[in-house]
Design a protein around this ligand. Structure first.
Ligand code: COA
Length: 140
């Protein structure tokens, strides 16, 4: 059974670190020193679990930036990423954020478009990977 928990970094750090190290540092070769930043302490984090096994995560920062969306490879294309995003969008609405934004890896543009995000501007490099800025207005 899939469920998503919201919480702060201190409450969920071991599971978030496990997922992000596996997906970003090992699979996508993001440098370790870029993966962990001070924003983790200020954001609200979503942790997806299937039968209590940590499988996906993401975060929402106080400036309405969503990021670090990751699903472990064996669990992809089962709705985990979408569930993480919906939990973060709910969190943004509860904080009265009028819109949210993110930097999408270009391979994931379609994933975010399915969630109502619209791409803006050119492709740019972040952590050695091509990205585009995307945003979504939140209905109140
Ligand atoms: C991108 C990622 C988070 C998607 O997670 P997921 O759990 O596989 O996605 P879901 O199963 O919830 O998919 C939701 C929808 O997006 C679509 N989708 C998911 N990944 C996609 C992809 N790479 N390309 C196109 N469509 C995709 C699904 O088909 C599904 O479509 P539907 O609404 O028509 O059914 C996951 O592939 C991942 O962690 N990738 C590596 C890390 C990464 O690149 N993160 C994004 C950083 S910006």
């Amino acid at each position: 059974m899939l469920r998503v928990e919201l919480g702060d970094w201190s409450a969920m750090a071991p599971s978030l670190e496990l997922i992000r190290r596996e997906v970003f540092v090992i699979e996508q070769r993001v440098p370790e020193e870029m993966e962990w930043d001070a924003d983790d302490a200020t954001g609200v984090h979503a942790l997806a679990l299937i039968d209590e096994c940590p499988v996906g995560c993401g975060r929402l920062l106080p400036d309405a930036h969503i990021g670090r969306i990751a699903v472990r490879a064996p669990f992809r294309l089962r709705g985990v990423g979408r569930a993480v995003m919906l939990a973060l969008l709910d969190a943004a609405r509860r904080r009265s954020m009028p819109h949210v934004e993110l930097h999408a890896q270009t391979h994931a543009l379609r994933f975010y478009e399915r969630l109502g995000f619209v791409a803006e501007g050119p492709v740019f490099d972040e952590a050695g990977l091509p990205h585009r800025r995307m945003s979504r207005v939140l209905a109140s």
